[in-house]
Design a protein around this ligand. Structure first.
Ligand code: C5P
Length: 231
């Protein structure tokens, strides 16, 4: 049996705060495993859309979950055996993900699945409730934030690069609506954990954000390199 310690870095934050790219980069640098918990909600949302499931009906949603197989391989996301990495990034899928994420039965049923990503030597887990609910024992907790204006600007740039023409004002309104839904829901709302370090990325590049977090990891010993690392 492997008794070696598993280090967990939890990164939470609202949509567009940069947590996805940052978390992936840190996991690569530390050679840790990576969990994109939002992708799990998105895969379930896509399954609902594909099968025309009334996701507001608890029974239907749970029935769907029982027959849905979610997996990740080399950075790709799979619904049953289909690679849905691109499809799940669709705006409509994100909206449905945020709605189904309000369901406590669904949240509870994927709790252990998420916890099983914690494998030696460590895990970088990103989402909305990584620090508060899924990994309350995490060795380092980061809450990445950014203003609505900055997040809308980043999203605008991404979509324009993809050749999709959008209105930045509409994007800002959608971000505000999603924040509200994720922060005001009853179960596991997006919130800053009492132990989280809040980092505003408005004036930080991805690289600067990654370096700041690596500094926190070094100073706190959250990767086990210092004796001060939490037991
Ligand atoms: O992070 P991403 O935008 O992919 O997440 C999609 C939606 O899934 C979020 O808006 C949120 O409602 C939900 N989610 C969640 N808890 C997580 C990760 C995502 O409720 N840990």
């Amino acid at each position: 049996m492997n008794n070696e310690k598993i280090y967990i870095i939890a990164i939470d934050g609202p949509a567009g705060s940069g947590k996805g790219t940052v978390a992936k980069e840190i996991s690569k640098k530390l050679h840790y495993h990576y969990l994109d918990s939002g992708a799990i909600y998105r895969i379930i949302a896509l399954a609902c859309l594909k099968q025309d499931i009334n996701f507001k009906d608890n029974q239907e949603l749970i029935k769907l979950l029982q027959k849905t197989y979610i997996s990740f391989k080399q950075g790709d996301s799979f619904l049953d055996k289909q690679n849905v990495s691109n499809e799940i990034r669709d705006e409509q899928v994100g909206k449905v993900a945020s709605q189904i994420a309000q369901n406590i039965n669904l949240r509870n049923s994927i709790l252990n699945y998420q916890r099983n990503f914690a494998k030696f030597p460590g895990l970088v887990a990103e989402g909305r409730d990584m620090a508060t609910v899924v990994f309350p024992q995490a060795h380092l907790k980061i809450y990445l934030d950014a203003s609505v204006a900055e997040r809308a600007k980043r999203r605008y740039k991404q979509l324009i690069l993809k050749g999709i023409n959008v209105n930045i004002g509409t994007l800002a309104s959608e971000i505000i609506a999603r924040d509200k839904q994720d922060m005001e829901r009853e179960h596991s709302p997006l919130a800053v954990d009492k132990d989280s370090i809040v980092l505003n990325t408005d004036n930080l590049s991805i690289e600067q954000t990654v370096n700041k977090i690596l500094d926190y990891i070094n100073t706190t010993g959250a990767d086990g390199t210092k004796p001060s690392a939490k037991k």
